[in-house]
Design a protein. Sequence first.
Length: 260
Amino acid sequence: MKIKDHAVDTARAVAFLSRIPMPQWLFEGYDGRLGRLVRAFPFAGTVLGLIPALALLLLLGLRADPLMSALIALSVQVVVTGALHEDGLADTADGIGGGKSREHSLLIMKDSRIGTYGAIALILSFAIRAAALSAIADDSPAFAAALAIPAVAALSRGAIAWHWQRLPPAKADGIAASTGQPDEAAMQFALTAAGLLGALLIWPAFGLLPLVASLLATGIAGLAFTAFIRRKLGGHTGDTLGAMQQICEIAAICALATAL
């Protein structure tokens, strides 16, 4: 792939995964299918992670409380992404938690209203990530702590490609089905890119052990969640793609905090 083509795909992926506006000329001749675009998901994740990372760096530089700084950085991240993945986590939790069957779970996930399971999942997601990021900020220089955000953003968005490629669509009329499924090459490229970006950001800032721990945690969480969704729903949906990102981000940042 040419560098220019990859830059265009990254910009398109940023538009898909966030609320950041992109020039319309980037989408001229684009059919809207995401099968190849997942190659750029880790790069887009890194870009999206830079803004909350800057917020964290600024707050820590002003000697703000690490936990407060972490919560504000995560809030900035939600504004940037439009809570896209958090919405998927909440819907998936409601569907799996409240569904009595596969069909019932998919019906619940289609409902835009949030239920008890979804609310609890969101609270735990924010609380765990904020606590882990705060712990990293306590044990590391401010610049290193800030790098943790784009690092886990790249790893978790690379994991989306695995989940998407390894499972068939759960619904024939779903968004995830209509946008095209990644092929093996696209998935492998995304995983490799996520690993390399994670290594470039984590190893110099934290060392080899935290890098290995983050990679292993992301891989184990991704494998376990994909197997779980295969058993419960028989395939992926747009919501489970978002939930995959959230679960892998939680796993990666917790592993990073624990390994320091």
